[in-house]
Design a binder for this molecule. Structure first.
Ligand code: DGY
Length: 329
């Protein structure tokens, strides 16, 4: 019997075809996220759920899912899911690491370039007919080569950003909960710093930690105050790692020079104070948005789901305790 699956958003064609062939599929086909009532009704007889990172799957949702055994998140970050509540019910939770590392690192580095070299301002100037010719003092930005990049979080994506930065002749510092072996630091060409030192020493700070209660507002007014006035902040991780109100103040007052943001505290709502600021580049959470990456993410979510439904351990299980909580499955 094919597993009964509910998918909250249409995915790339190749994934939809495989889902249709290998599962008993129901899905929400709207341009907007699925409404809670629709999700609750859909989950009443579904064994597997594929949500996206913008669907909140909490205890209230799980209460409507009596036979759910796996939540195969379409995304590497899974802060949209109440993992503790799922574990308690013996529901396995999986994510999609690795397959989006390069695409997300590209966006982080793209934001670094776009903010440093003022692409957004230049693009708007040209489109709005305000460009009257080359000018030696026009839109002068910051140098990349020779500058110091500080990476907060040094997992797969952070390391991929470091790799790109080295190719642009940057010096790279990192902070991570666990420090790497000196030999590996040498091999990657990076130096470790305590977080406050990294903030003070870096020309660019890029965020690559997972969003957890510990990283909520990790970059707040006091962290921003440690940064150089010429520094640029890049966030492709999760919006709530940054206190957006404090960031608006820091950008307005010149406390830091610029910010490149792909993620926001209350997506799709963006702090009203960010819109008028020319020294920030705003993207609509594009980190993994390539056809190849989104296809690989969908395929991996499906691999995880099929494994769980077949009673095997999914390759990207994030809550192994769920297995013990549901020994009968
Ligand atoms: C993720 O996978 O966590 C991204 O934010 C979605 O692309």
């Amino acid at each position: 019997m094919k597993p009964r699956v509910y998918l909250t958003r249409r995915l790339p064609d190749a994934v939809m075809e495989r889902l249709a062939a290998q599962t008993d599929l129901a899905f929400h086909d709207g341009a907007a996220p699925v409404a809670p009532e629709e999700l609750h009704a859909a989950l009443k007889d579904r064994e597997a759920l594929i949500p996206t990172v913008s669907d909140r799957i909490d205890a209230a949702v799980l209460a409507h899912a009596p036979v759910l055994r796996v939540i195969a998140n379409f995304g590497v970050g899974y802060n949209n899911i109440d993992v503790a509540a799922a574990t308690k019910r013996g529901i396995q939770v999986t994510n999609t690491p690795d397959v989006l590392t390069a695409a997300t690192a590209d966006v982080a580095f793209g934001l670094l370039l776009a903010t440093a070299r003022r692409f957004g301002e230049g693009e708007r100037m040209v489109r709005e007919g305000r460009w009257h010719g080359w000018d030696p003092l026009q839109l002068l930005g910051a140098d990349i080569a020779g500058a110091t990049l500080g990476l907060i979080g040094f997992g797969r994506i952070g390391q991929a950003v470091a790799h790109r930065a080295r190719a642009f002749d940057m010096r790279v510092l990192y902070w991570n909960r666990t420090r790497l072996e000196p030999g590996i630091e040498l091999e990657l060409g990076v130096d470790y710093r305590e977080r406050d030192e990294l903030l003070a020493e870096s020309d660019f700070v890029s965020l690559h930690v997972a969003y957890t209660p510990e990283t909520h507002h990790l970059i707040d007014a006091s962290a921003l105050a440690r940064m150089k006035p010429s520094a640029i902040l890049v966030n492709t991780a999760r919006g709530s790692i940054v206190d957006e109100a404090a960031l608006v103040e820091a950008l307005k007052s010149g406390r830091i020079s610029a910010a490149g943001l792909d993620v926001f505290e209350r997506e799709p709502h963006i702090h009203a104070g960010l819109y008028p600021l020319s020294n920030c580049v705003l993207l609509p959470h594009l980190g993994s948005a390539t056809i190849g990456t989104r296809t690989r993410m969908g395929m991996l979510a499906l691999d995880n789901l099929l494994a769980a439904c077949a009673g095997k351990r999914p390759p990207n299980l994030v809550n192994p305790d769920a297995l013990a909580a549901a020994p009968h499955r």
